[in-house]
Design a protein around this ligand. Structure first.
Ligand code: GLN
Length: 410
């Protein structure tokens, strides 16, 4: 099957080998139905940046299914497939899950091999499971996770017992953190309402709620938009018209440099070019310390703040994304508005720990799904499933199905 990552650069490109994750799927006898749409090179929050056109949200086809893995989540929400795969560099598994009413997990960085995946930002990229239920996600997680000598960042330790946790959901006696920084301006009222109800639900199930103050989380988005573009500007240098995919203007008269430039001009879309330019600038001599260096320091502070938080709590919860699915086109010309969709998901990527999004009802004002994010320390992915399964079971008991409470057409 071709691997295009939503880009013209790789149109029709047939990979010569399987990613470890795909090998693991095949070893588990998973039937591969196809590949789904995504933002070009996984850069985006709406799937509108695909060179092959946007994907609709099955809840309302005029709205975005999230991104970059909008195709995966849309396929699940539309019952086209029971399981899907995504990669999460800043939220691309969790944010699509949230806005399509499905479940998505970003495993601990290094928990699932990155070997064979197209690289975007190597210190952040993490493949993971997408599903409709917490247990399905756990079964898929277990099938794809584990040490891989072919990925030097792969963790050489046993896979956390995610399936066992998903079969034994409970929050009794757990300390659950609520971070002050994950609310405020820009959060939709119905999202905040459903989140507050979820916190009440956790309390009623026996969890102890602990308020946390994590001021460096406010800097996460800025740090991410220096680190991710910097790494992408380096990773995407390999698309030089010589080694992979597209080649434009190679008529025998032009230099290799000119062919590379013409190919990159034609092959990359606007958002990818914006990131390459931003990252090249942030890494350039004279600016490196001010931009990339500062961002790395912020990253360390965020990691420490998570470590301190996890001395007080077992998991942290937040809304997955500040709003429900927005209309296709609404943020297409406003990169900053688009980037804000990942406000709550990015800190986890910077720190390398694990997080899940699962449905927690529909926003009263628009009837669209809201996601609850659960965050756990690195290699404690099983806690996501233990808490997620308990919350999911409570919602099913309350509403019959986590999403059906107010869905008018269902
Ligand atoms: N929306 C974020 C970005 O555009 C995250 C993408 C991702 O996780 N791949 O960078």
């Amino acid at each position: 099957m071709p691997t295009t990552v939503g880009s013209k650069m790789l149109e029709g490109w047939m990979p010569p080998y399987d990613a470890t994750l795909v090998k693991n799927l095949k070893a588990a006898d998973v039937v591969i139905l196809g590949k789904t749409n995504m933002d070009e090179f996984a850069m985006g929050s709406s799937t509108e940046n695909s060179a092959y056109g946007p994907t609709g949200n099955p809840w309302d086809l005029t709205r975005i299914p999230g991104g970059s893995g909008g195709g995966s989540s849309a396929a699940l929400a539309a019952y086209e497939a029971p399981l899907a795969i995504g990669t999460d560099t800043g939220g691309s598994i969790r944010q699509p899950a949230a806005v399509t009413g499905t479940v998505g997990v970003k495993p601990t960085y290094g928990g699932v091999s990155r070997y064979g995946m197209v690289a975007f930002s190597s210190s952040l990229d993490q493949g993971g499971p997408c599903a409709r239920t917490v247990l399905d996600a756990a079964l898929l997680h277990e099938a794809i996770a584990g040490h891989d000598p072919l990925d030097s960042t792969s963790i050489d330790a046993p896979v956390p017992p995610v399936v066992e946790a998903a079969r034994n959901g409970s929050v009794a006696g757990m300390r659950v953190g609520v971070v002050k920084q994950f609310r405020g301006e820009g959060y939709q009222a119905g999202v905040v309402q459903r989140f507050d109800e979820s916190v009440e639900l956790l309390k009623s199930l026996g969890a102890e709620i602990v308020e946390l103050d994590c001021p460096t989380f406010d800097l996460a988005l800025s740090a991410y938009y220096l680190i991710a573009p910097s790494e992408c500007s380096s990773n995407l240098a390999r698309f030089d018209a010589m080694r992979y995919g597209l080649r434009v203007g190679d008529d025998g008269t032009r230099s290799a440099e000119d062919v590379t430039a013409l190919t990159r001009e034609a092959g990359f879309g606007d958002e990818v070019k914006r990131r390459i330019i931003l990252g090249t600038y942030a890494l350039s001599s004279g600016y490196y310390d001010a931009y990339y260096g500062s961002a790395q320091k912020v990253r360390t502070l965020i990691t420490r703040e998570f470590e301190q938080a996890f001395e007080q709590v077992d998991v942290i919860v937040s809304p997955t994304t500040p709003t429900t699915a927005f209309p296709i086109g609404e943020r297409a010309d406003d990169p900053m508005a688009m980037y804000l969709a990942d406000l709550c998901t990015i800190p986890t990527n910077l720190a390398g720990n694990a997080a899940m999004s699962l449905p927690c009802g529909l926003a009263p004002e628009d009837g669209l799904p809201v996601g609850l994010q659960i965050i756990a320390p690195a290699m404690k992915d099983d806690r996501l499933y233990k808490v997620g399964a308990a919350v999911e079971a409570a919602f099913v008991e309350k509403w019959g199905h986590p999403l059906l409470e107010e869905a008018p057409s269902l």
